[in-house]
Design a protein around this ligand. Structure first.
Ligand code: SAM
Length: 230
């Protein structure tokens, strides 16, 4: 994505999210599913990890504790999110952040052993291009881990589309897997990651009709798509 209308639109929207304090809210909402993903990832201490759409960097800081001899980089289209990520992260030469887009990652070829992305990929204006970039910045043998809650196979999130003020891609799990295969990933998998945190008794916010729908949404789980760069 060039510095074009959709990039500016995304930046404006997610700068607003950051200013409204939603980055911190996302940490508590996404923690239960990222916890399970981290268990599956089995990170080694010297790995180099990129988080695309890192928000305020909370997941980068968490990953950093697993890779004390490696490095972590967070990229986000929102400069306000990146500013918050830098502010919240104690000075550490092994953790850094950069403003940029999934479609044009600010990193050289083969720089990382893993690329992760949490609740971001469905906002990418061009998922195929984002995944091509993901493939480019991975070293051979490296892997991509894309975790999303908004996907077509889960009918209990479809109403989110009516609340978004920016375009969001509602794809089937199979379509995400096909995108992975098309850019060259092998051993592509998709699976569900359950959010086992307690469900509140009262529904708040506008994302779910009622507590029952929230329960059904959690029972479907988040979608995790993975692939390896040969
Ligand atoms: C729902 S938030 C999730 C943030 C973080 N991963 C978390 O779990 O808290 C989505 C993030 O993706 C970023 N984002 C959306 N589209 C992007 C793109 N094309 N390139 C880079 N970042 C993007 C947004 O700015 C936002 O910070």
């Amino acid at each position: 994505m060039q510095d074009n209308a959709s990039e500016l639109e995304l930046r404006k929207e997610f700068n607003r999210w950051a200013e409204d304090g939603r980055a911190e809210e996302m940490e508590s909402h996404h923690f239960p599913i990222t916890h399970s993903m981290l268990e599956l990832m089995q990170l080694r201490p010297d790995e180099r990890v990129l988080d695309v759409g890192c928000g305020n960097g909370w997941f980068c800081r968490q990953i950093a504790t697993f890779v004390p001899d490696g490095l972590v980089m967070g990229v986000d289209v929102s400069d306000e999110m990146v500013r918050r990520a830098e502010h919240a992260t104690a000075a550490n030469p092994r953790v850094n952040f950069s403003t940029g887009t999934a479609e044009k990652l600010p990193a050289p070829d083969g720089a990382f052993t893993r690329v992760v992305s949490v609740e971001s990929a469905y906002y990418w204006s061009d998922p195929a291009r984002g995944l091509r970039e993901t493939f480019r910045v991975l070293a051979p043998g490296g892997s991509a881990w894309v975790l999303i809650n908004y996907y077509r196979d889960n009918p209990h999130c479809h109403q989110w589309g009516t609340h978004y003020t920016i375009p969001a891609q509602l794809l089937w799990a199979k379509e995400w897997a096909e995108h992975f295969l098309r850019v060259g990933f092998v051993e592509v998998t998709h699976r569900r990651i359950l959010d086992r945190s307690p469900t509140p008794d009262v529904n708040s916010g506008r994302w779910f009709r009622d507590v029952e729908q929230l329960r059904l949404f959690k029972a479907e789980g988040a979608l995790l798509i993975t692939g390896i760069k040969p």
